[in-house]
Design a protein around this ligand. Structure first.
Ligand SMILES: C[S@@+](CC[C@H](N)C(=O)[O-])C[C@H]1O[C@@H](n2cnc3c(N)ncnc32)[C@H](O)[C@@H]1O
Length: 246
């Protein structure tokens, strides 16, 4: 994949391959169950949920499987979508390349839920994310949920067992680029860049798009063993899950 083939002009080949190999244990315990719990199982056949920024399809697979939703899984990276289609096909899932900003094929009030996991932290462009949030609000039926899961901005610099976003002791403000280290399944690490936004900034993306202020979940893991050996994710939430409704 050359950079010009992706709608955002990013070359995502290496990132997509590395992302396929990441250690997903924390996300599997702390993000995916909370998203499914908050969203609930599909209330009926053919109920449509969007997985916006689906990447390699990890959340998509759970929404279609245990959640029994029909899923449109959208991403601006053709490389991520290639992996998702190969690794996580499902009869109720359609994967679709889009521009990360607009949803012109979807009518107003035509979607029953939307999920967006670890996307805002990867996109440096506030204007694009504001437009995307407004589009998600436009296509959701009134009263249906939008779940936005992302890195917890209050946890920069904390060394979790599978990731660390930010340097220990460093302070970040809105718009800063944050070095982010991810553990891969073979025990090696990769470093990439994420983009810091405060919780207030996330709230304003939502309220400026027309959503009410979200509820905020900050899940941690229970302590399992001697307290002095407990990993950081038993004390501090690596991720946050914001829930609001159109
Ligand atoms: C860290 S991955 C997360 C993938 C998946 N949601 C998950 O939780 O496993 C971030 C994804 O967001 C996508 N992305 C970046 N900017 C986006 C935007 N403006 N709209 C939608 N997706 C975007 C990237 O291409 C990438 O696939």
């Amino acid at each position: 994949m050359i950079a010009g083939d992706d709608p955002l002009g990013w070359d995502t080949t290496a990132a997509a391959d590395a992302y396929r190999d990441r250690d997903m244990r924390l996300a599997e315990k702390l993000i995916f169950p909370a998203v499914l719990r908050r969203l609930g199982r599909s209330p009926g056949p053919d109920r449509l949920v969007l997985d916006v920024g689906c990447g390699t399809g990890a959340i998509t697979a759970r929404l279609a499987g245990a959640g029994e939703w029909t899923v449109q899984a959208l991403d601006p990276s053709a490389d991520m979508l290639d992996i998702a289609r190969a690794d996580r096909p499902h009869p109720r899932v359609s994967y679709r390349l889009f521009d990360g900003r607009t949803l012109p094929w979807l009518a107003d009030d035509s979607v029953d839920g939307a999920v967006c996991g670890l996307v805002y932290c990867t996109d440096p462009d506030d204007d694009r994310l504001a437009a995307l949030t407004a589009e998600i609000h436009r296509v959701l039926r009134p009263g249906t949920p939008y779940l936005l899961a992302d890195l917890n901005p209050a946890a920069t610099g904390v060394g979790f067992s599978t990731l660390r976003h930010g340097e220990p002791g460093a302070l970040y403000t809105d718009g800063d680029t944050v070095p982010t280290r991810l553990r891969l399944r073979d025990g090696t690490t990769m470093t990439s860049a994420t983009h810091y936004r405060s919780l207030d900034r996330y709230r304003s993306f939502l309220t400026e798009a027309g959503f009410p202020a979200p509820t905020v979940d900050l899940p941690t893991l229970p302590v399992d063993g001697p307290a002095q050996d407990a990993p950081a994710e038993t004390r501090t939430a690596p991720y946050m899950i914001l829930t609001t409704r159109a």
